[in-house]
Design a protein around this ligand. Structure first.
Ligand SMILES: Nc1ncnc2c1ncn2[C@@H]1O[C@H](COP(=O)(O)OP(=O)(O)OP(=O)(O)O)[C@@H](O)[C@H]1O
Ligand SMILES: [Mg+2]
Length: 591
């Protein structure tokens, strides 16, 4: 099955509307042909100075065809665009839903700009399939066929000539231009994706690029991509021109052909002289029908390429399989049990989690520590059902997570992520994301627990202060605390916190850890962290190394024997002493 067919199967095609559009298009172009034919007859007949009454019908017909052409054209545009936009809307929603399911973990192969291109430009390009390909071809077939019939009825040779001209313009010319344009059209979709990705990437990284003085190189690269794209467009335009030229040539030759067979026919009396103009001018009218076909053929290639780019996203394996008959979400209080869990990111990749077991009891707090890359974030991904375990089980009150809907799981298990995203809106809106219905008082309460309320109230605009793109107008610590307030407002029964203090200086990190441990008293919490200071307050600590739990216990237990944890903890204290950070962490240094 080709990508186009696969994609079209996903959307509801409004067949009736499309058929109506074809009908209206045929009427519009047919009126054009009728206009040309009746005017040709009218001019010839008028030259004979007949009584004007004999011309009346033709005069009215010319007017009617003239008006009808415009009206039908308008209606056809209206109906065809309406139908196409319905298809597009449907397709965009489908692609978006798919992206939504893939987004947390399943999209590493695509660059964000390229993905944006696929979602916007490539989906748009699908409209060409109907508007610029199927519709013009269907209309051309109907009107062209009828015109050949008319010419044939007047003079069979003229009919044959018109048919040949139509085949040249409708089949040969498009085929030639499509064949020549094929590689250019393919390259264009890819280059457009590359260029978007490059520009988005460059804009995101602009501060770094300027700081390292490499902005010029990035711009040169963008210019090179742009030139390639321009070259590909020029080639595509050239072939479109070639096709148009061939079509026009065919139309012109058909006019001459009409003359060549028409004049002898009039002489021999086989054709009424008055109808000669009709035979000669008919091909001219019909060439209007054919003019769009080379472009239509080119659009096929473009659509095909875009379809396969969209298909590449749609065909990605889902990182988690949603159950066909989801189990009901059990009731609180929740016990989350992880048993001998193994997980990997790619089917043939290594196990990133290698036999992890842990039970999260209601109201207790846990910490997961371990070196970078040991699988801490991966564990949160599995618990949120963003990633499927490759073996072992995770159960919520005894119900296997795999039998629950991902959405339901995420009602119970919430995450304050390592790099929580702030949207380019106000502080209030960013927090309210967790619960649309939250009142201002509830917002304030969440802010208070995240130790942010004083700061927010000191701002001239308070909750309505904008945070800037990616939270660029607030400090790193404030950003993390806003994210924390959001997670607290959501009121998840089980809260996962992934390195909430990762980007803060030591004193601020310790303060934040202390604050969030205060804020989560009595809530099931799993804190992922690099830094060990403050972990005296959690109930159980898991030391993860290369995906395995190498040590576990409370801070006191782990400190009582020579453990990895104790050596890390001592190293951390030593480092803190060097940096002159008081051992009674949690109190910020005056800065
Ligand atoms: N989305 C992903 N796709 C593929 N591999 C991934 C993905 N995320 C993580 N990995 C791999 O899984 C392993 C564990 O990564 P993980 O992010 O769980 O480590 P971590 O303990 O959270 O590290 P850090 O402390 O640096 O955040 C790493 O080898 C990493 O390369
Ligand atoms: Mg991590």
């Amino acid at each position: 099955m080709t990508p186009i067919v696969r994609i079209l199967r996903l959307v509801r095609v409004p067949r009736a509307r499309l058929a109506l559009a074809v009908g209206l298009g045929a009427l519009a172009l047919g009126s054009g042909v009728g206009l040309m034919a009746t005017s040709a007859w009218l001019i010839s007949r008028a030259a004979q100075h007949p009584p004007v009454l004999l011309l009346m019908v033709a005069i009215v017909a010319v007017r009617a065809f003239g008006i009808a052409r415009g009206v039908f054209r308008y209606l056809e545009r209206l109906v065809s665009h309406d139908a196409t936009f319905r298809i597009l809307a449907d397709l965009r929603a489908t692609v978006y839903q798919r992206l939504e399911r893939l987004a947390p973990t399943g999209l590493p192969v695509f660059r964000s700009g390229d993905l944006l291109g696929r979602f916007v430009a490539d989906v748009d390009a699908i409209q060409d399939l109907y508007l610029r390909t199927l519709l013009p071809y269907a209309v051309a077939a109907i009107v062209g066929g009828a015109s050949v019939g008319l010419a044939w009825a007047l003079l069979p040779e003229a009919g044959v000539i018109l048919l040949v001209a139509l085949l040249v313009a409708g089949v040969l010319a498009p085929w030639v231009s499509a064949a020549v344009a094929k590689s250019a059209e393919r390259r264009m979709a890819d280059l457009r994706g590359e260029l978007t990705a490059h520009v988005v990437d460059t804009l995101h990284g602009a501060p770094e690029l300027i700081a390292y003085g490499v902005a010029a190189t990035r711009l040169t690269e963008a210019a090179r991509l742009d030139r390639s794209l321009t070259r590909a467009s020029a080639r595509s335009a050239l072939t479109a021109g070639l096709g148009a030229a061939l079509t026009t040539l065919a139309g012109g030759l058909a006019v001459w052909g009409g003359l060549a067979v028409g004049v002898p026919a009039v002489r021999s009396g086989r054709l009424d002289g008055v109808l000669l103009a009709v035979v000669v001018l008919l091909p001219l009218a019909v060439s209007e029908v054919m003019a769009g076909l080379p472009l239509a053929a080119q659009a096929i290639e473009r659509t095909r390429r875009s379809a396969s780019r969209i298909d590449a996203v749609l065909e990605l394996p889902e990182p988690v399989q949603e159950p066909t008959q989801p189990a009901a979400l059990p009731d609180a209080p929740y016990v989350l049990t992880i048993e001998d869990l193994r997980a990997r990111w790619t089917p043939d990749g290594p196990d990133v989690l290698d036999g992890v077991s842990l039970t999260l009891e209601p109201g207790r707090r846990y910490a997961v520590v371990g070196p970078s890359g040991s699988g801490k974030s991966t564990l949160t991904a599995v618990l949120l059902r963003f990633l499927e375990p490759s073996s072992g089980t995770v159960t919520l009150n005894g119900v296997d997570l795999r039998t629950l809907r991902g959405e339901d799981v995420r009602k119970v298990v919430g995450l304050c992520a390592q790099d929580a995203h702030l949207f380019d809106t106000t502080i209030g809106e960013n927090i309210r994301l967790a619960r649309r219905s939250a009142t201002d008082d509830e917002l304030r309460d969440a802010l208070r627990r995240a130790r942010l309320l004083e700061w927010v109230e000191s701002l001239p605009h308070g909750l309505d202060t904008p945070v800037g793109e990616h939270g660029s107008q607030v400090s790193g610590g404030q950003r993390q605390r806003i994210a924390l307030a959001r997670a607290l407002l959501a009121d998840f029964p089980i809260l996962l916190l992934d390195e909430p203090a990762a980007h803060l200086d030591v004193a601020n990190a310790d303060q934040l850890t202390a604050d969030l441990l205060d804020a989560t008293v009595g809530r099931t919490t799993l804190l992922v962290t690099h830094r060990l200071a403050g972990l005296e307050n959690v109930d159980e600590i898991l030391v993860l190394d290369a995906g395995r739990v190498v040590e576990r216990g409370s801070h006191a237990e782990l400190m009582a024997r020579p453990t990895l944890y104790r050596s890390w903890w001592e190293a951390e204290r030593l480092q803190d002493r060097v940096l002159a950070i008081p051992a009674d962490h949690g109190v910020p240094r005056s800065t």
